[in-house]
Write a protein that binds this ligand. Sequence first.
Ligand SMILES: O=C(O)CCC(=O)C(=O)O
Length: 305
Amino acid sequence: MTPEQTHSLSLNGAAVPPEMVGGLVPANPKGDLAQQLEQRGYLFLRGVHNANEVEAARLEVLRRLADVGEIKAPAEDGIASGTSSRREAYPTKQKLGEFWRSVSDGPAVRAVINGPRITRTMSQLFREPARHFTFAWLRAMATGRASPLHIDHPYMNRGSDRLVTCWTPLCDIDLYNGPLYILEGSHEWSDIRQAFEGHDVDRDPSRPGHIEEAPISLAKRKSSRLLTADFVRGDCLIFGMFTVHGSFDNNATNGAVRLSCDTRFQPEADPMDERFSGPDPRAHNDLGYACLSASLPMTETGALR
Ligand SMILES: O=C(O)CCC(=O)C(=O)O
């Protein structure tokens, strides 16, 4: 990526040096997916989802956010209003969780994130039938927000050790909108693995699940780079539980909200983390969807999850 392309990228408000940024390499969808994942630590697949179905999911989520006053009319533009009536409509933590669950369970959202196209891709990856967590991590991020540096292992490690994350942009997410980044080569870093392997954020809440070192400092120490892309509807990014990642700040100058969803897939034959499976997933600390910062009004700050 050229410095002109990366000038819009920041972390915690600080500009990211252009030499620390690289482009995610698209996977060869016809090649051996498992081998490419093992080699790079991620699979960047363009056109996995149907772009029209992603657009339907985007509109479904935006209309729900417009209903609680967080998106300006017309909702299709996806611009934050800067206000919210979500707490008036859903006054308790439980009710906020129920609201977010209903948005996350929207038929158009589920048709994308749990649909046959991605399930086929995951079965191709595992070379056996795949299934997904019923719990989904849907996010709507206003300007100025980002996700901190972390690996996924401490958050969901009670089931299959072949679990993967599938990050799906539900709108086009260019370099201004806070795209996800992956630290190049991080899936092979033994110190990160040793520091976090076996750590379970629910069993040991005294230890943070995220990485406390700043992304640029960690990348420099490891001679790594932050790999990202201009994401468009239809893309997905798949990675394992030890790949270090986070997101850049959403620097949209027009207030555009960044929509994405994380889902988790594993081989059907493997045990599944009971917190995130079944018809009524309890999730972290039995909170259901209320454990997600996304269940809070977009006007409020929340911790990652
Ligand atoms: O969408 C994001 O900003 C971050 C998602 C993520 O890293 C996660 O859920 O593990």
